[in-house]
Design a binder for this molecule. Sequence first.
Ligand SMILES: C[S@@+](CC[C@H](N)C(=O)[O-])C[C@H]1O[C@@H](n2cnc3c(N)ncnc32)[C@H](O)[C@@H]1O
Length: 231
Amino acid sequence: MATPSQTPQELPAITTQALAASLKAQALLLQPNPRLDAAEANCKKHNIPSISVSPLQGQFLALLCRMSNAKSVLEIGTLGGYSTIWFAESVPGVKVTSIEFSAKHRDIALENTKGLENVEIRLGKAAEVMRELKAEGQVYDFVFIDANWDQQAEYFDLAVAMTRPGGSVYVDNVVRNLLDVEEEEGDRADWSLVDFVKGDGRVRATVIPTLSTHKVRVEEMVDGFLLAVVR
Ligand SMILES: C[S@@+](CC[C@H](N)C(=O)[O-])C[C@H]1O[C@@H](n2cnc3c(N)ncnc32)[C@H](O)[C@@H]1O
């Protein structure tokens, strides 16, 4: 997660104003959280990439879990455990399972979530671990997909199969993925997730565009997530 002081230059005025207002609102709305601050500092110390959710997004995810009284959360992509902490502290009694394939990231996440008895981090490739969890009969109230854009549709398919009726699947960076087209001739936007969800009668879904307060590059600030509720 980049710090707000790194706000990009050369933004349209309305965007700069929106960011300033959002950062002010963030300072007013978010409570201090020493564990999150320590996790962020530890990630920085160990050169973990600044690609975690922003504080306001973490709060939003936690509120979604609170609104749905989620007791079981599955996260795809742990990194240093920043979003994992938001989930772990979202609802009394919630249990969080997070999947990460980098041993280094997993180790830092274990440090950052130490003492949180409701967090389990599984090391491995997301699709393989998801199949293991499915075979174990695990069922989730909320699934957060935040890794490996190339397999968003596959993760979504598995996630829906493991989510209870009325539960939700949240896929991050969906709009960024749609915009991530190289200049090369023939390169096309990857609509595979949206195409898959369009034909998936198990869910009702929406895509919400977002403007991140915590990205350094202008093109990374404009993003959006997909939220699906299982019928
Ligand atoms: C965007 S980061 C996750 C950020 C984290 N959710 C947060 O907000 O704090 C994506 C993470 O997914 C991991 N990852 C990427 N591909 C993966 C895969 N196929 N299986 C499991 N983890 C993967 C990366 O190593 C990285 O740590």
